[in-house]
Design a protein around this ligand. Structure first.
Ligand code: ZN
Ligand code: ZN
Length: 593
């Protein structure tokens, strides 16, 4: 086999191959001519023949390939990438050919072998990881430090949500292009790590500003989707609005992906009207946009509007997917339409062909729990076909807590401690349940469990943004430069609130997160410090947005409702579980979270 390629580039037979051979008989004819002219013995014409036959007959391609006496690495690479381009579902075939390459003694894979194979791995972490070890094993360092190899690795790890690995690989690239920046920006969205961490979306914001400042690369729609998603997760309204303006000013398209991200952003920041505007202006809506908007209505407590929009979506000819079912059941839950919600659950398979997942069972449990039917909810948990997850146990716990069913609370908490051994809040809750029941053995057991797992109590943290600057407060924190004023403000707020008859509900809070030291510490839960600070420094009447790392406790929830009424402020708190929009003394979660 000869490796020279150039002399054949403009050969008339190869041009015929590329432009005219669309049927099997014409391919046969050209194939014969390649044999009679001897061109078939050269790598370039051979690979051209292989690629051309691929679109017409895969088995024909493979027959030629298997009869090739000494295929080169170039032939293997071309075949692998052409198979994956023209037959993306035949990944197993591509890997079989890769295996054949490995078992051919005379040749080795090179840096062009891997990019298409990584693409074929999709988000299959195991396969990709194995392939990565091959890269290190079979390539020389100068080969695997190649831009294309790094790009495909970053893109692969991004799809698997391995943000830290991506970051490391990204640091090795000297001048990342747009594709690489985008893989990096989108990596955190796929992150499978449980629980909400503020750090990740923050990192996306920093990364984006690096991209704008340090590189010559101009962000495109994909970059903005990643940025807006991060802003939505953070509830970072001003950055989100900046991103929206940038998209519009720079003639980028508000396509359905950008629009969906914007709807999520405005919903999360408590601006339902803005979300609706973006949604209405989008011409071609898909199921993702509808889901985002329906979720918006549901989480803001407009269950009936959510149901109307669902009807609209079906009339629009779009088939609901499993996320639609989650948001629509959540909408029913919010307005207490228990039977309607159950109807959705039981019809999803028959009517829409969607197999209920653990999330849907979670919604059903939530629906029944909110309606005070905790026993029925427990029944669902016992009979469901899969293992209940933490979300589900947490909503069962919510039901048990609100309706004072301590037996169920105990069961749910026991499960939560088992499933999330590193989350301190669960232990504190469980210990408090036992204390409430005067089951001191239980309290001791929980303390022991905590020690065994080496769990420390997570301190409560609240973050808020004022004019683009982030302020962080811990429980009873005195480190903020204006701390003295904050505490004076809290005293003033407490006086006003007690005029409205607010009494701290320490007994119930005992049953809740964070608090072990009674009424005093309660006044200084991190979100209260943050609210006090916001009332001091922000424009009167402007909404207050806070992100909290733990679940909001019962007392702070009551407190915030009253503050929203007395101070005439909208207060949006993103806690560990959900968003709360406090307005005129009412919260969008309708006291169930
Ligand atoms: Zn609290
Ligand atoms: Zn709430």
């Amino acid at each position: 086999m000869k490796n020279s390629t150039k002399p054949f580039l403009n050969h008339p037979l190869l041009q015929t191959l590329q432009t005219k051979c669309k049927t099997l008989p014409s391919l046969h004819q050209t194939h014969t001519q390649l044999i009679t002219t001897g061109l078939i013995h050269h790598t370039y014409p051979l690979t051209q023949l292989l690629s051309s036959t691929l679109t017409t007959s895969l088995s024909y391609t493979l027959t030629i390939f298997h009869h090739t006496p000494n295929p080169t690495t170039f032939t293997f690479n071309t075949l692998i990438s052409s198979i994956l381009t023209h037959h993306p579902h035949h990944t197993h075939l591509a890997f079989t050919i890769y295996n054949k390459l490995l078992s051919t003694n005379s040749i080795n894979p090179n840096s062009f072998t891997y990019p298409s194979l990584f693409k074929a791995c999709g988000s299959n972490f195991k396969h990709g990881l194995a392939l990565h070890t091959h890269v290190i094993k079979f390539l020389e360092p100068y080969e695997y430090n190649d831009h294309f190899i790094n790009a495909s690795l970053i893109s692969f790890y991004s799809k698997c949500g391995k943000f830290s690995v991506c970051k490391y690989l990204f640091s090795l690239v000297s001048q990342p292009d747009l594709g690489l920046w985008n893989s990096m920006l989108s990596a955190y969205k796929h992150e499978t790590e449980p629980g909400f961490s503020i750090n990740r979306p923050m990192e996306v914001l920093f990364l984006f500003s690096d991209m704008i400042k340090e590189s010559k690369v101009k962000p495109n729609e994909v970059s903005f989707v990643a940025l807006i998603n991060a802003c939505a997760d953070l509830g970072a309204f001003s950055q989100g609005v900046w991103a929206h303006c940038y998209v519009v000013k720079n003639n980028l398209k508000v396509n359905r992906f950008v629009a969906t991200a914007l709807v999520d952003l405005y919903v999360n920041c408590g601006y339902l009207e803005f979300a609706r505007q973006v949604f209405d202006e989008l011409r071609k809506k898909d199921v993702f946009c509808y889901n985002a908007m329906i979720r918006g209505f549901a989480t803001h407590g407009y269950g009936y509007k959510a149901l109307d929009l669902f009807e609209e979506m079906v009339l629009d000819g779009l088939a609901p997917d499993d996320v639609t079912m989650v948001v629509i059941m959540c909408a029913c839950s919010h307005v207490g339409l228990v039977d309607k919600g159950r109807e959705f659950f039981y019809s999803m398979k028959v009517k829409y062909g969607i197999e209920p997942k653990v999330e849907h069972y979670g919604c059903l449990v939530d629906l029944l729990g909110r309606a005070g039917r905790a026993n029925e909810a427990m029944e669902v948990v016992h009979t469901m076909p899969m293992k209940p997850n933490t979300v589900l146990w947490r909503s069962l716990l919510g039901a048990a807590r609100t309706h004072g069913n301590l037996d169920i609370a105990e069961v749910a908490l026991d499960q939560l401690v088992e499933l999330e051994p590193e989350t301190s809040g669960n232990y504190v809750l469980l210990s408090n349940v036992y204390a409430h029941l005067k089951k001191w053995e239980g309290v001791k057991r929980v303390r022991r469990l905590m020690k065994d797992h080496g769990v420390d109590k997570t301190p409560g943290t609240s973050i808020l943004e004022i004019d683009g600057v982030y302020h962080e407060f811990l429980t009873a924190d005195k480190t903020h430069p204006r701390s003295q004023e904050v505490y004076l403000k809290i005293d003033e707020m407490n006086r006003k609130l007690s005029e409205y008859g607010h009494k701290p509900r320490t007994m119930e809070v005992l049953f809740d997160l964070e608090d072990e030291d009674g009424e005093d510490a309660l006044s200084y839960h991190s979100e209260r410090l943050a609210i006090a600070f916001a009332l001091m420094v922000s424009e009167s009447g402007s909404p207050i947005r806070i992100i909290k790392n733990l679940r909001v406790c019962v007392d702070c929830h009551d407190y915030t409702k009253l503050v929203s009424m007395i101070y005439k402020r909208e207060i949006i708190v993103r806690d560990r579980n959900r968003f709360h929009c406090f307005r005129d003394g009412v919260c969008s979660c309708l006291d169930y979270w």
